[in-house]
Design a protein around this ligand. Structure first.
Ligand code: ZN
Ligand code: ZN
Length: 134
């Protein structure tokens, strides 16, 4: 059985038993933040993250985390969008927009092709390759 280790809370730095991601205090605070945000959203479904943050005192980072973890469904709220981590255009799910997702995939393909090129490096060292291309 895994014994829980002592660690510092990533949020407040307090030493705690790492049975969860956050210490008891921060977990409680996060839950309160969530309930506050969710309650406000029910009343004002048209607010932006900025407005929600100002009204509830919950940080925009925290609200974004609720969206990313699926606790707040941004698709249900037309103005609840946040910037794409790569290009900054407004998105409502995930960390990056579809466009950047696509270019990330393209990049992955390029990297995979790069690995293929790596194998031709070996061929380049083969005598046949040299006589053919010199
Ligand atoms: Zn904490
Ligand atoms: Zn983007």
């Amino acid at each position: 059985m895994l014994t829980p280790k002592l660690g510092n809370c990533p949020n407040c730095g307090k030493l705690f038993l790492r049975i969860r991601n956050l210490c008891e205090d921060c977990l409680k605070k996060q839950e309160e933040d969530y309930l506050k945000s969710a309650a406000y959203l029910r009343e004002h479904p048209g607010v932006s993250i900025q407005e929600l943050s100002e009204a509830t005192g919950v940080s925009t980072i925290q609200i974004r985390q609720f969206i990313l973890s699926g606790r707040i469904l941004a698709e249900n709220f037309p103005n609840l969008s946040y910037p794409c981590e790569v290009c900054g255009s407004q998105i409502q799910t995930g960390k990056i927009c579809n466009k950047c997702m696509k270019s990330a995939q393209d990049l992955k393909v390029q990297v995979e092709r790069g690995t293929e090129n790596h194998s031709t490096d070996k061929e380049r060292r083969a005598p046949g390759y040299i006589s053919k291309y010199l």
